[in-house]
Design a protein around this ligand. Structure first.
Ligand SMILES: Nc1ncnc2c1ncn2[C@@H]1O[C@H](COP(=O)(O)OP(=O)(O)OP(=O)(O)O)[C@@H](O)[C@H]1O
Length: 376
């Protein structure tokens, strides 16, 4: 665990970049420092690996004051990733990644083997190993930066706006990759960003800082969204807090209806029996169970259902895996107001109305079960 205890950083010109900051950064999870430009995020991060020394206060790692540890061994226990990756332009990708193992005295062959292993782990094609950084896209370079930071297998990873310079699609991919790596390797990650959505997506804990280097709130993302500490945090979180918080509730507790579903090859009796439900529409599925579209019951004739005449079913949500936010989005976008739930293979497992989703949202909020992070 990294413990920041009443730390202040005053630069020689008198600027107070960080002001009496205290934080307990939990082990094996992602802690995000977020806040407006100049609020002291980078300074805080750099104090953790002693690129910047605090003016007052202490930082300890597993109970030991880092000020008393040799800088070299401290930095070796902490990978560091920055914006634009900061790769060595004249070294190949594999040698960039192998840098720290080589410094640690590994043979060239062993260091390169490790580098190739890491390329795979961060989702880089092995064919890129002999290229130079300028021959890679921005997103690929960031992956190399992450691989290089992981090379000596440090328990801590410090990341300073690592994904800020890439477009939103690539960024989402990098974020997913980081969550996967974190799950697999269980590193303690301290991540700096000015983007609150990124903070909410990645953070186990989020520290919102305000100008002047003070802590505004330190909480899990779902709690930030439900109970911002003050007007500054509320303003920084931006619009749609309620909707965004739904991302933290799983959809698996939604009661699904199975009756208003008919297969393309349904008999007249099956259509008739499905039509006597409350649902004003029936969902037609292909024979393999994948959704085709909605129809009013009276328009369906056994043996003569034309898929192209059905109403679009929109974007289904994966039951249990996607969140209540995804389910609500499906229902809102559906021409019938009903959302389609599918399994991992895309087969329909049920349908659910906007009204039922609304009830589930109310009871989830009441129970406050927002502790588990879910996709979508
Ligand atoms: N070496 C320095 N000397 C003097 N002031 C500095 C120095 N480095 C940073 N500062 C000031 O300290 C404050 C905090 O800077 P810091 O880089 O930590 O903020 P930040 O939150 O990371 O900002 P950004 O999101 O813009 O990168 C700013 O006012 C900055 O101008």
């Amino acid at each position: 665990m990294i413990r920041i205890d009443s730390v202040t950083k005053r630069y020689p010109d008198g600027t107070v970049a960080v002001d009496r900051l205290s934080l307990e950064i939990p082990d094996r999870s992602i802690t995000v420092l977020v806040g407006p430009s100049g609020c002291g995020k980078t300074t805080t991060l750099r104090m953790i690996n002693r690129m910047v020394e605090p003016s007052e206060g202490t930082i300890s790692l597993d109970g030991v004051d880092i000020g008393r540890q040799p800088v070299n061994s401290l930095r070796r226990s902490m990978g560091y990733v920055i914006q634009n990756a900061g790769l060595f332009p004249h070294r190949t990708i594999v040698d960039n990644i192998a840098t720290v193992p080589r410094l640690l005295g590994w043979t060239k062959q062993k260091a390169r083997e490790r580098a190739r292993e890491l390329m795979e782990r961060v989702g880089l094609d092995a064919a890129l190993a002999r290229r130079y950084p300028y021959q890679l896209s921005g997103g690929q370079q960031q992956r190399v930066g992450v691989a290089r930071a992981l090379a000596a297998d440090p328990p801590v990873l410090l990341m300073d706006e690592p994904f800020s310079a890439v477009d939103p699609v690539v960024r989402k991919g990098l974020q997913e990759e980081l969550l996967r790596i974190q799950e697999e390797l269980g590193k303690t990650i301290v991540f700096v960003t000015h983007d609150i959505d990124e903070a909410i997506r990645l953070g186990t804990m989020v520290a919102v800082m305000r100008t002047g280097g003070r802590l505004a709130q330190f909480a899990p993302p779902a709690e930030l969204l439900s109970s911002p500490a003050d007007a500054f945090v509320e303003d920084f979180l931006g619009a749609d807090r309620g909707i965004r918080r739904l991302s933290f509730f799983p959809s698996g507790a939604l009661p699904l209806e199975k009756t208003p579903i008919v297969a393309l090859d349904a008999s007249a009796e099956q259509i008739a029996s499905r039509s006597s439900t409350d649902a004003p529409y029936l969902l037609v599925t292909a024979v393999d169970g994948k959704p085709l579209g909605w129809s009013e019951p009276g328009d369906l004739i056994a043996g003569d259902i034309e898929p192209e005449r059905l109403l679009p079913y929109g974007r289904p949500f994966e039951y249990g895996k996607d969140s209540l936010r995804a389910a609500l989005d499906c229902a809102v976008l559906s021409p019938t107001g009903w959302a389609v739930a599918v399994d991992g293979a895309g087969r329909v497992v049920g349908v659910v109305s906007q009204q039922t989703i609304g009830e589930a949202i109310r009871s989830a909020h009441a129970a406050g079960r927002a502790d588990e992070k879910v996709a979508g």
